[in-house]
Design a protein around this ligand. Structure first.
Ligand SMILES: CC(C)(COP(=O)(O)OP(=O)(O)OC[C@H]1O[C@@H](n2cnc3c(N)ncnc32)[C@H](O)[C@@H]1OP(=O)(O)O)[C@@H](O)C(=O)NCCC(=O)NCCS
Length: 194
């Protein structure tokens, strides 16, 4: 529906990132050094297939700029999380497909914030925010086969396993992934369940 797609594009352009979390902010030039530090750690970046490779100041600056251009077109949002000293501690990237009323979400947190025991809550805020702020009808997520923490979080949130796919990394490497989907109706029913 063109009207729905246009409304989603408008929502992407105007979304309040702080509603994603009070530690969240739209990624900008000032976050490039922090993102390079964050993503240079394979514990953070290795599980994510669509990051720029290699990770350098230039490639990450291009990634941030590209995300901002896509945001203006209503097709992506790159948000970073930062601690009270302003250091980048993680990121969420939303890829939006307005004509399909869908979003894909990827994210990661710094290695010393991993194995926190609250990964489910950390991820859930991105799912809830995408449904509420962007008003998409579907969210898709993928994870590498050996990414047991992500699979656990995704399935506990109620996503439905849809199968497997090959993801091609920007450096040409192929990664076999599992993928899952969740509808907005299913998410809201789950959130409002007694
Ligand atoms: C994925 C990520 C956000 C999860 O956050 P986290 O703080 O590490 O997550 P948690 O410690 O809450 O662990 C998540 C779940 O996995 C479980 N888990 C942890 N290690 C496990 C293991 N070896 N086997 C089985 N389950 C395991 C935890 O018990 C928890 O389940 P629970 O909520 O039912 O208790 C974080 O690990 C990360 O940033 N990883 C690198 C990037 C990444 O993988 N991003 C996702 C790409 S799809």
């Amino acid at each position: 529906m063109p009207a729905e797609a246009e409304a989603i594009r408008r929502a992407v352009r105007t979304a309040s990132i702080e509603l994603l979390g009070d530690d969240c902010i739209l990624a900008g030039a000032e976050h490039v050094p922090g993102l390079v530090d964050l993503l240079s750690d394979p514990a953070v970046s290795a599980p994510i297939h669509d990051l720029p490779r290699p990770i350098t100041k230039d490639s990450i600056w291009a990634w941030v700029r590209d995300a901002e251009k896509l945001r203006q077109d209503g097709e992506a949002i790159l948000a970073v999380t930062a601690n009270s000293s302003g250091h980048v501690t993680g990121f969420f990237r939303f890829t939006i497909l307005p004509e399909r009323s869908a979003a894909e979400i990827a994210g990661a947190r710094r290695a010393d914030h991993q194995n926190s025991g609250d990964g489910a809550a950390w991820a859930a805020r991105s799912f809830g925010w995408a449904f509420d702020a962007l008003n998409v009808r579907l969210i898709g997520v993928t994870a590498a086969f050996d990414n047991v923490r992500s699979a656990r979080i995704i399935e506990a949130a109620g996503f439905v396993a849809m199968g497997e796919q090959d993801n091609i990394r920007p450096d040409g490497a192929v990664r076999r992934s599992r993928y899952w989907e969740m509808t907005r109706d299913a998410w809201r029913a789950k959130c409002h369940a007694p």
